[in-house]
Structures are given as C-alpha cells and as structure tokens.
Design a protein around this ligand. Structure first.
Ligand SMILES: [Mg+2]
Length: 363
C-alpha cells in the first residue's frame, strides 16, 4: 500500500460549552487543521491538529508540506515516515509547529493501519480494557461566575458524570482566601463522592502553589493540575513533595524527551499527555510506556474521541478528559454513559468527518 494523496484544510468550529451550557462568548471559534490521507488501495485516514492560534495558516501549510513528502510511502511504516519527515524539516523542530503537524499525519496513519487490518486502534495499541472513566471538562471554567459553577456541577452529576474538573488561579483580583472559598463552594455543590480535579494552567508561582494547595488539602481534590510553569521540573517537584493532593502535569510538553526529565525529577504524580504535542499516537504511547516504568498513572488532554482508544489500550490509563472541542468535525463521537466511555468497535479510529459541518466551518 502507498500513500497517494493528502488534503489539509482549516476548519473553524464554534467554541461553545455544551456539557452544562456555560456562558461562552458568542461567535467564538476554535481553529482546527483537518487532514485526509489517501492510499492507492482506497483506504483513507483522518487526522487533525490544532493549537496554531494566529499561526493556524502556517500549521496547515506545515501539514501540507510534510504530507506531500509522505506521498509514495507505505502508510504502515509509521516510524519510517516520522524519521523521513523530521529529517526533511531539519532544525525547525523538535517541538512547536513541526510536532503539531506531524501529529495530524501520525493520527491519520494509525487510522489507515486500523482500517487495513480491520481492528480498532485501541486494540492495536494494547487493548487493555473496553471501558474507561471519563471526566467532564470545560464546564467549570475560571472565567465563569461562581453562581454558574454551583449549578453546573450538579447538572453534570445528573448527566451521569462521577468526575469533573474546575480551575483556580482566578482572573482579576484574587487572593488565597478567594481561591479557597471558590473551591470549597464547588465541593459543597457536588458533595464528597464526586472526583473533583482543578487546573491552574501554569498560573501560580511555586510558593503560591504550596500555600494555596496546602490550604485546600481537605477539599480532597482528585488532582491539582499544572500548578506552575510546565518545564520548571524542580519547582513542580517541590509542590508535589509538599502536598498530599496528587499533582498532574505534562500536557504542555512536546514529544517524549522532556517527559523523561519530568519523571526523573518526580515533578508529578499523574502524567497528562496531549496527543498533538506528543507527536500523535506513536509519541503518546511512548510517553505512556515511560510513565508505566516510573509507576505513574496516565491521563489524557482534549480529543476524547481518540484518547478513549489510548487510555483504554494501556494498563495504567486513569481517565479520559471529556472536553468536546473537536466534536463538531465528526458524524459520530463517543458519548459517556454513567461517567464511562465504551471503546469504538469500528476499524481504525472509528471517526468520519461530517462533510456538511466541515464545509460550513471551512475557513
Ligand atoms: Mg490542563
């Protein structure tokens, strides 16, 4: 089998919050680069990537340029294609747009591989379980008023979610007392039996993370995420050592190599892997293997429609972030039942682009 053609386009999907009807700004959009990889045997793979923001045009161009270099290659030789494209891009990597673009191609190649052997990706990648927990994400944001949060949390519980994530490091005027008050009100609203995660998105300094993290230990967070600058591995390790609350991190790192430093420094208790920054499914699985060797559980960042495969594939996958940023692209996406996702049964990723939606949102 040979790759016969590729097609990359920019799709701008609405940035809404469908899980609990969050107050998102009208007209807000998220830019996604979609990719189709065609083969001479009629099998087509779907891929996508994002995080380009103002550079989304450059990201699409990178996907197209790299994709063109893959034409004529055997799509099942994924590592060989990675090596060829990385070499061609030379010093423009290793992270950034190069990795984001490679991820789109890698995802499409895994989709082709699954379709070629008539197996879903979760089974090809390890096939550990056929159901995984999923947590509601994006519905309890720091920009939303507390009044909304205390209603949205119970609404998610009614929908069957047993786990959900909120955020601290509040915008505008805040203080350790204000931060503490907000997370306590959130916990009261959902009760003691729901797993509550909290994301800081790198907004605290190390000593703030230790201070506020210590004040809220008894809230019993399931994890506290990205408590300070993501590549301050030693700073993160200080926070992890100081708190009994598990510290999660990793979504901002590009490719497997920095994860080695993060894990060696004992920076986090839970390893979060972002599919696009990891270098696609190939990179994601390598990082997950490293986490297993360090006796650390793995969780996913965004794209639940693919991460359901990956978290289910490995023995130490903890939960899937159910954040529906990319759902508008597809005809069908996995939906949690009682807080759990069941793995797709169709070959490959089991995803088909919704042609009408892609046309409507194309930029
Ligand atoms: Mg995060």
């Amino acid at each position: 089998m040979k790759i016969s053609g590729i097609e990359a386009r920019i799709v701008r999907v609405p940035a809404d919050e469908p899980l609990a009807g969050g107050p998102t700004p009208p007209g807000a959009l998220r830019d996604i680069v979609t990719l189709r990889v065609r083969t001479d045997q009629g099998i087509e793979g779907v891929g996508y990537t994002f995080f380009g923001a103002a550079l989304t045009g450059a990201l699409r161009q990178a996907v197209e340029s790299l994709g063109a270099l893959a034409i004529g290659e055997d799509p099942l030789r994924i590592e060989a294609i990675h090596a060829k494209l990385r070499a061609a891009a030379a010093g423009s990597g290793p992270g950034g747009i190069l990795t984001l673009a490679l991820s789109a191609i890698d995802i499409a190649l895994w989709d082709i591989k699954g379709k070629a052997v008539d197996q879903p990706v979760w089974q090809l990648a390890g096939g550990c379980r056929d159901r995984v927990p999923a947590y509601a994400s994006g519905a309890l944001m720091r920009t939303f008023p507390l009044d909304h949060l205390v209603k949205a949390g119970p609404k998610l519980v009614e929908k069957g979610f047993r786990q959900m994530k909120t955020q601290l490091a509040l915008p505008g005027e805040t203080s350790p007392r204000v931060e503490e008050e907000r997370i306590r009100r959130m916990r009261e609203a959902i009760g003691p039996d729901i797993d509550l995660m909290c994301d800081i998105n790198q907004r605290w300094r190390v000593e703030q993370a230790v201070d506020i993290g210590s004040r809220i230990e008894d809230v019993g967070l399931y994890w506290l995420e990205d408590v300070t600058t993501a590549d301050d591995f030693q700073g993160l390790a200080r926070v992890s050592a100081a708190l009994s609350t598990p510290v999660a991190g990793g979504e901002y790192l590009y490719g497997p190599a920095p994860f080695r430093q993060m894990m060696e420094a004992r920076s986090v208790d839970i390893v979060m892997i972002d599919l696009m920054r990891a270098g696609g499914i190939t990179g994601w699985l390598k990082i997950a293997g490293m986490a297993e060797a360090y006796n650390l559980p793995v969780v996913s960042h965004l794209v639940p429609e693919i991460h359901v495969h990956l978290v289910a594939a490995i023995p130490h996958g903890l939960t899937v972030e159910y954040m529906p940023w990319t759902f508008a692209l597809f005809e069908e996406v996995p939906v949690p039942v009682k807080g759990e996702l069941t793995v797709p049964r169709k070959p490959g990723l089991g995803l088909a682009f919704d042609e009408k939606a892609i046309r409507r949102y194309s930029g």
